[in-house]
Ligand binder design. Structure first.
Ligand SMILES: [Zn+2]
Length: 273
């Protein structure tokens, strides 16, 4: 389609997003501008990065499957930085094992709505009203595996363990767990990933504020997909689909009209799981 047709289609979709939002009133909105979204699949960049996507199974804190596919995406600068971390760790005999990366916003909302109240009150879950760094494609949950055995290394806790021993500065843990945790944190930090104080497995990429909250399913991110899938119940997804239709600058300008500031710096505004 030409630019005029594309713009017309975009405006139609964007207006639909406005009406959907008015009906649901729950999708976080933000002012742009944001960098162009470029979510890439980690194993496409480096097949030695392994996956254990718990949310694609029932082996997670909610005991229900939340993803259709066990896949992991990050915004390209974050993904490329993570590849450099993985390559650096290989010389020390380890590889990265990823639990979760980009997470559609609707999954964050699902987690919030179905979590125990003490998890929410304790700040262990991202409030969907603010969204999370995972929603921006700039957070990753991960551990390390041993290259020789293929087994995950000992860490202070399992993934998504909401106890104090999961804190990145916990001391009541085994020496091996402490050593491995500190090795992971030290490997991630020089490449722009900062560990969340409450969770040894969660790392935010330094430029996460430059990207918008997204709610696009993994299938829509396939490079071989003819065009993005459109979720009519999903305003962020609608805007993201529109981003595929016209140039980024136009999307940013219009998206800015329907978005409001949502960022904060408190612990509760920080995504955790
Ligand atoms: Zn996380």
């Amino acid at each position: 389609m030409n630019r005029r047709e594309a713009l017309g289609r975009f405006m139609s979709v964007a207006l639909s997003a406005l009406f959907v939002r008015d009906e649901r009133g729950d999708v976080p909105v933000e002012h742009g501008p944001f960098r162009k979204t470029d979510l890439v699949e980690l194993v496409e960049l480096d097949p030695t990065i392994r996956l254990d996507v718990r949310y694609a199974t029932s082996d997670n804190f909610l005991k229900v499957r939340m993803y259709d596919e066990a896949r992991a995406f990050l915004q390209r600068p974050a993904a490329e930085a993570l590849v450099r971390v993985n390559q650096a760790l290989r010389s020390q005999g380890y590889g990265l094992l990823v639990y979760d990366a980009y997470r559609p916003w609707s999954v964050t909302r699902f987690m919030w709505e179905h979590a125990r109240s003490e998890w929410r009150e304790g700040g262990y879950l991202a409030n969907p009203a603010q969204g999370s760094q995972h929603n921006r494609g700039c957070a990753v949950d991960l551990t390390m595996y041993n290259l020789s055995s293929g087994e995950p290394v000992e860490m202070p806790t399992d993934f998504d363990d909401f106890r104090a021993t999961a804190h990145a500065d916990a001391v009541d843990i085994t020496p091996a767990a402490r050593c491995n945790r500190e090795l992971l944190v030290a490997a991630m930090r020089p490449h722009g990933f900062n560990v969340l104080r409450e969770e040894w497995w969660h790392f935010d990429f330094q430029s996460y504020r430059e990207y918008p909250i997204l709610d696009v399913g993994f299938a829509s991110l396939c490079s071989d997909s003819p065009q993005p899938q459109l979720s009519l119940l999903n305003p962020s997804g609608v805007l993201e689909v529109a981003a595929h239709l016209v140039e980024h600058e136009v999307v940013t300008a219009v998206a800015g009209l329907v978005k409001q500031p949502t960022r904060g710096t408190s612990r509760r505004d920080h995504d955790v799981s």
